[in-house]
Design a protein around this ligand. Structure first.
Ligand SMILES: *[C@@H]1O[C@H](CO)[C@@H](O)[C@H](O)[C@H]1NC(C)=O
Ligand SMILES: *[C@@H]1O[C@H](CO)[C@@H](O)[C@H](O)[C@H]1NC(C)=O
Ligand SMILES: *[C@@H]1O[C@H](CO)[C@@H](O)[C@H](O)[C@H]1NC(C)=O
Ligand SMILES: *[C@@H]1O[C@H](CO)[C@@H](O)[C@H](O)[C@H]1NC(C)=O
Length: 461
């Protein structure tokens, strides 16, 4: 399976591999474009060195989010010969024209222009916001090669020194690694037009055999229902989010929305993803503990009830993910096997089930396998639980010692039948996202959605 994609968040690669495909996955780095050049000039830094820094940070974010590394990560600045070759082919095939040292693609030469976005050439005119370069034959024509300008990096070409237009790079780099025909091309919804439309036009103009079977486009992130953007001031980076939330909680949150829909970022949803993933890992960690204490060998078979839960979960997983990566459905389907485990481990009825350990082991295994394919499997449950607790402490601005002291004060208050005080302590902690759990052997704590956000959530439903 040949895949060219900008963001690997929706775990396409992991799932395709799980289905048995060999995946060649290419993720571009755009290190030469208007925005980077403008930013670099502002900072007095060379554009290539600035973009190397961005690339490194981006790669670190992807590692934190547990995204598989791509097979290739081509950078525009390393692919000038391929880009220039492709422009030459387009010019030779009669789809582009030269004006001085610039080369433009002529959209009128490509009758299929608009096939991806469903736009007509006339529509484009109405939507224009920027002044049209009067040298273009048609306002929708776009630059394949731009002549060198003061303060911009440039490369030699048959048309004179300059740099590639924005669109040609992806066509040239995908062709270099995947050939003219490949399976999946992904990107943000905002790239459908004009970027991907122009890519199709260029690639087909360069080579008639060009053919991409599937285009997948992901939705935007919105913050409290507004589109996230630098100009609205509601922009933040993955780094800022994972400073306060576990990266796997962020991943769970991202997968909780179908990739094509807008992702609604809000503290409540991130808190709720954190609580959810804590519950998942805690349940699986309990399985591990119970199984490690069980010294008798396990039988090979499992009870029919457990088998039903497992089969239903596995079928839901395959059906929903194979249906255009409907991850929210799988995440919801996790509830059933997790609940079954908790019943077996903690309820009186569950504890009496025959072949209970066999059931627990089989349920843990199927959940673990699915979590691995979803990229949600931590290195160890106990380590992830500890990290989730530390994140919760950081958000609550409390240390573990402070919480243990509050627990002691509360136990003392309860001994003295001062229930007003003990309730106040519990509530104060709940407000900052720390839940107390009483059991016969004492009181322990776990992260929870802070009370004010829980109330907001209830009010919203
Ligand atoms: C990959 O290419 C797209 C389209 O040019 C661009 O928007 C995106 O920023 C690039 N990705 C990276 C990581 O540079
Ligand atoms: C493009 O690829 C698809 C799927 O592999 C195939 O059905 C179709 O015939 C191809 N189209 C062209 C123009 O080669
Ligand atoms: C997004 O989240 C905000 C805040 O929780 C909520 O008010 C809004 O209705 C949500 N929007 C969508 C489209 O779900
Ligand atoms: C009490 O026992 C349970 C189960 O054995 C354990 O998970 C929990 O951490 C213990 N609580 C305390 C406060 O020691």
């Amino acid at each position: 399976m040949l895949v060219f994609m900008l963001l690997s968040i929706f775990f396409t690669g992991r799932y395709l591999k799980h289905l048995g495909y060999e995946v060649r996955y290419v993720r571009n780095f755009t290190d030469v474009d208007d925005k980077i050049i403008a930013r670099a000039n502002e900072l007095g830094e060379h554009p290539i060195s600035l973009s190397r820094r961005y690339c490194d940070e981006f790669n670190q974010d992807m590692v934190h989010l547990n995204c598989l590394p791509p097979s290739f990560e081509p950078r525009v600045s390393d692919h000038m010969p391929q880009i220039i070759d492709m422009i030459k082919q387009i010019v030779d095939n009669g789809y582009a024209y030269r004006v001085e040292s610039d080369v433009f693609f002529s959209v009128e030469k490509f009758p299929d222009y608009g096939q991806l976005s469903g736009r007509k050439l006339d529509d484009n005119r109405a939507g224009e916001r920027v002044a049209v370069d009067s040298r273009k034959r048609n306002p929708a024509d776009f630059a394949l090669w731009k002549s060198a300008k003061e303060g911009e990096p440039f490369w030699e070409s048959p048309w004179g020194p300059g740099r590639p237009g924005w669109h040609i790079e992806c066509s040239a780099m995908s062709t270099a690694y995947l050939g003219h025909a490949f399976d999946i091309h992904g990107g943000g919804m905002d790239l459908v037009f004009p970027h991907h439309e122009n890519e199709i036009a260029q690639s087909c103009a360069a080579c008639k055999q060009s053919n991409i079977s599937y285009w997948i486009h992901n939705g935007f992130v919105t913050v409290d229902s507004e589109k996230m953007s630098k100009s609205l001031g509601n922009f933040f980076t993955i780094r800022q989010v994972i400073d306060l939330y576990h990266p796997l909680a962020l991943r769970l949150f991202l997968m909780g929305t179908h990739y094509r829909s807008p992702i609604n970022y809000s503290d409540v949803l991130l808190e709720s993803a954190s609580e959810r993933i804590f519950y998942i890992y805690q349940t699986l960690h309990d399985c591990e503990n119970v199984l490690s204490q069980h010294d008798k060998g396990l039988q090979d078979s499992i009870p029919p009830d457990t088998l039903n839960v497992i089969n239903k979960f596995h079928n839901d997983f395959l059906a929903s993910v194979s249906d255009d990566l409907h991850t929210p459905v799988v995440l919801a389907a996790l509830s059933d096997p997790l609940k079954t485990i908790n019943d077996l481990l903690h309820t009186r009825k569950g504890k009496k089930q025959t072949m209970r350990m066999e059931s627990v082991a089989a349920l843990e295994k199927i959940i673990r396998n699915v979590l691995s394919v979803l990229g949600l499997m931590p290195t160890s449950y106990s380590e992830a639980l500890q990290q989730l607790r530390e994140m919760a402490l950081k958000r609550a601005k409390l240390t573990e010692d402070q919480i243990l002291q509050k627990i002691e004060e509360r136990t003392e208050a309860r001994k003295n039948k001062d229930y007003e005080k003990s309730d106040a302590i519990r509530k104060d902690l709940a407000v900052v996202g720390i839940a107390l759990m009483d059991s016969p052997n004492g009181t322990s704590w776990r992260p929870a959605i802070p009370l004010p956000l829980q109330e907001q959530q209830v009010a919203a439903t």
